[in-house]
Design a protein around this ligand. Structure first.
Ligand code: NAD
Length: 502
């Protein structure tokens, strides 16, 4: 049997790569080949404690470093990400399976969050009111929290950690990042870039591990805030555990994102938008469109006819195959689970329009699934109720805009939604009445640009406040309000016991 030496993934603690001591390990696979490429020792309680100890020391100094100096580091960090984009994109492709061009897109969106964090001096400006009462001025300042943690998912190994953590660092906190154990390489690469950018030791730490490691981190007494991105099931656990331990928690979960197509829509544009938004990244995006709702029989027939022809041509392939439209899914388990979802849908009465279960791919060991399209899906079917994190997309036929809005509003998830129409009136009705956090009109995926806040509704988010945009700075700081007066040394006020008024 061929013996393969596996790479071992380190932690990054206090400015150094640290070999994990635990016997409990996970494995990293390259989805494109199905090969095991590394082992990841899961951090022990002692390793978590050590990282948080160093982070706490570093946070005190970093939080008191002038904002100008902190931003200088961020400028260099941004420059380094741009300089290393090729390398980083290959790494994302290797461990996640997405195509290099898609990985570059992800890096570009991640840079938007760095840009926003470079603007931290502006965002951190407080309020000031002169003479709110007898010569008293009032003002507010935003101070860092101390040591904070971000727990990230596998599907955006770079963009999500950047969006979650860069502002947290910029406003003066120290970070404990726990990346998905399935994609640890990219987070470690970011550590090297932070180091080269001159970030002081201990401000940025990466701890590898699974749910037990997360449990140690989020219950640690010195962790002040938890930012989580992942599935809704885990988001709920993180929210409940974190708040029980008196932490500030923001937990972003999964989605079931609909595209409503009105009879007056530009159908060609709607079809093309659906293809990219639904199947890009092998549909492993929290904002991927999973469900198309054509309104009316005629719209449905024409839309499906045009869509089917294009979906049939989509090609799954290796991350470095320039002709591939999308890559493999993250794991063998994920592939099996998606196949089970398709089987169940068929059993429940869905109609197969395009069958991608046995894609024609070069590497049979890779975790590939082709583009699948199921029609005649009803709202009580499992495939409609639950998030399917892979390239099996569905058509739910409706008669009216009101019916579409009703179904979407009743759905457990509320991450993203989009409508294709040429009617301003219908678009306005939709944007006003829909109960979803991020809404598009004639755009494929309504992910806000980095300087807007991001966040779903309902089970797509636990906790208050949005993230990724300016709200990230609010989440990672605490506000202090100061009322201040300076006496004229020559005069003295009369003593009073009344409650002070204005
Ligand atoms: P996941 O929930 O399985 O894992 C996310 C993180 O949580 C990982 O770091 C993992 O190690 C950790 N984790 C897993 N189980 C845990 C447990 N029981 N207790 C504590 N920690 C645990 O998610 P995933 O499969 O890596 O990512 C895909 C999911 O993330 C999808 O549902 C997708 O929609 C969602 N997602 C949401 C957003 C968003 O912004 N709303 C963005 C990206 C991905």
């Amino acid at each position: 049997m061929e013996s393969v030496t596996l790479d071992t993934i380190n932690h990054y603690i206090n400015g150094q790569k640290v070999k994990g001591k635990s016997d409990q390990v996970g494995y990293v696979y390259s989805p494109s080949t199905g090969k095991k490429i590394a082992e990841v020792p899961y951090a022990t309680k002692e390793e978590v404690n050590e990282a948080i100890h160093f982070a706490k020391q570093a946070a005190k100094k970093w939080g008191n470093t002038s904002i100008g100096k902190r931003v200088e580091v961020l400028h260099r960090f941004r420059h380094l990400i741009v300089e290393h984009t090729e390398e980083l994109a290959r790494l994302i492709g290797l461990e996640n399976g997405k195509t290099i061009s898609d990985a570059k897109g992800e890096i570009g969106r991640g840079i938007e969050s760095v840009d926003l964090a470079i603007g931290a001096p502006h965002i951190l400006k407080g309020e000031h009111s002169a003479n709110v009462g007898g010569e008293i001025n009032a003002y507010s300042i935003k101070q860092p929290l101390g040591v904070v943690t971000c727990i990230s998912p596998f599907n955006f190994p770079v963009m999500v950690p950047l969006a979650m953590s860069t502002m947290a660092v910029a406003v003066g906190n120290a970070m404990i990042l726990k990346p998905s154990e399935k994609v640890p390489y990219s987070a470690l690469f970011l550590s090297e870039l932070w180091e080269q950018a001159g970030l002081p030791k201990g401000v940025w730490n990466v701890i590898n591990g699974d749910k037990d490691t997360v449990q140690e981190i989020i219950t640690h007494q010195d962790i002040e805030a938890i930012s989580f991105v992942g599935s809704s099931k885990v988001a709920e656990i993180i929210y409940e555990t974190g708040t029980k331990h008196h932490k500030r928690v923001n937990a972003f979960g999964g989605g079931k994102n609909h595209m409503v197509v009105m009879p007056d829509a530009n159908l060609d544009k709607a079809v093309d938008s659906f293809i990219g938004a639904a199947y890009g990244s092998a549909s492993q995006r929290c904002m991927a469109i999973s469900t198309v709702m054509p309104v009316g029989e005629q719209t449905a027939e024409t839309f499906k006819e045009k869509l089917k022809v294009k979906v049939e041509k989509l090609q799954a392939g290796s991350f470095d195959d320039e002709h591939a439209d999308f890559g493999a899914v993250i794991s063998q388990e994920a592939k099996q689970s998606i196949l089970r979802d398709i089987e169940m849908a068929l059993k429940e009465g869905a109609n197969m329009l395009v069958d991608g279960r046995n894609p024609d791919v070069e590497n049979k060991e890779g975790f590939y699934l082709g583009a699948t399209l199921l029609d005649q899906v009803k709202p009580d079917m499992k495939v409609y109720i639950e998030e399917v994190f892979g390239p099996a997309r569905i058509v739910v036929n409706v008669e009216t805009l009101e019916e579409a809005i009703g179904l979407i509003n009743d759905h457990q998830y509320g991450n993203g939604v989009t409508i294709f129409t040429n009617s301003g009136r219908d678009a306005r009705k939709f944007t006003q009445e829909i109960e979803v956090g991020m809404v598009g009109v004639n755009v494929p995926i309504p992910i806000p640009v980095g300087y807007y806040n991001f966040g779903g509704w309902k089970s797509s988010r636990y906790g208050e406040g949005q993230m990724f945009g300016p709200d990230t700075a609010r989440f990672f700081t605490k506000t202090k309000t100061i009322s201040e007066r300076w006496f004229d040394q020559k005069e003295s006020d009369e003593l009073t016991f009344d409650f002070p008024g204005t």
